[in-house]
Design a protein around this ligand. Sequence first.
Ligand code: PBG
Length: 338
Amino acid sequence: RDPNGPIADGALDLPRRLRRNRRADWSRRLVRENELSVNDLIWPIFVIEGENVREPVQAMPGVERLTVDLAARAAEEAASLGIPAIALFPFTAPELRDPTGSEALNSDNLVCRALKAMKAAAPDVGLITDVALDPFTSHGHDGLMDGERILNDATVAVLVRQALTQAEAGADVIAPSDMMDGRVGAIRAGLDDAGLSHVQIMSYAAKYASAFYGPFRDAIGTRKALIGDKKTYQMDPANGDEALREAELDVAEGADMLMVKPGLPYLDIVWRLKERFGMPTYAYQVSGEYSMICAAADNGWIDGELAMVESLMAFKRAGADGVLTYFAPAVAKRLKAG
Ligand code: PBG
């Protein structure tokens, strides 16, 4: 036979041809292993002081900081789209920030007022609050400081009070993102002692010291304030086994759900945690991941809608039970439209 000549289809003697199952849409649907559903989505939102104001977040196209009244409308939108839960992040007025993050303990702070308004507007939407001091500290760190040192145990004591403040205002899920040792157990005990044993804990079990949080720090106004970096508490991106040890402690201390953050660069960690613990496991597709997809799409370099859906499907394939994503409303609308 002429080695450069045409080869008839079927000429190769292949008993297995993986392309057969891919040849038509009905067949691809039939063999599909994972499905993305609205039930997989957690929508992170940013709240600000004021009324009826939407403030665009510069580095996150399509994302806005919302005043409390509009956060309540967002909760209604989540309800009508079927998004199960919203995660709240406050932009604290600079004059309310101090070295100890005392505004975090104010039962009438922005987060608490937003929780109440959102619960009243959409009682069936789960509300998740971030426990960490960085939105409230003048130095932008997640904990209390002694000089340059972040104090672990003293911080945990404050985080317990912060968690109670949020739970009393109506938070359904407490999500500690501070990475202090022992905080999950201390928060669990604090909630139980206060008669709040029904409040769930989603621990940022494996949270890495990542460059992908940049746009978020702009959104809550901590980027310029932050002194140094967070490497003494957030994890080293080089480590995988350590994530298992972090998660093991959080499970033992009473976490109800585990989270990995950032998302796509850490799919191996999502997979390992899910395999090892079989816990409800979530990934946080963080601000920088969102911004990268939007920026490339805005330049016409990738199809933003397809990249959004593909990235979220990747989390499902890696074993995640859900994803915190700024794309939540967009993808929910897409899913609803079929
Ligand atoms: C703060 C916190 C951060 C994020 C969520 N909670 C930033 C940080 O640790 O500096 C990042 C989320 C995102 O980038 O979307 N404790």
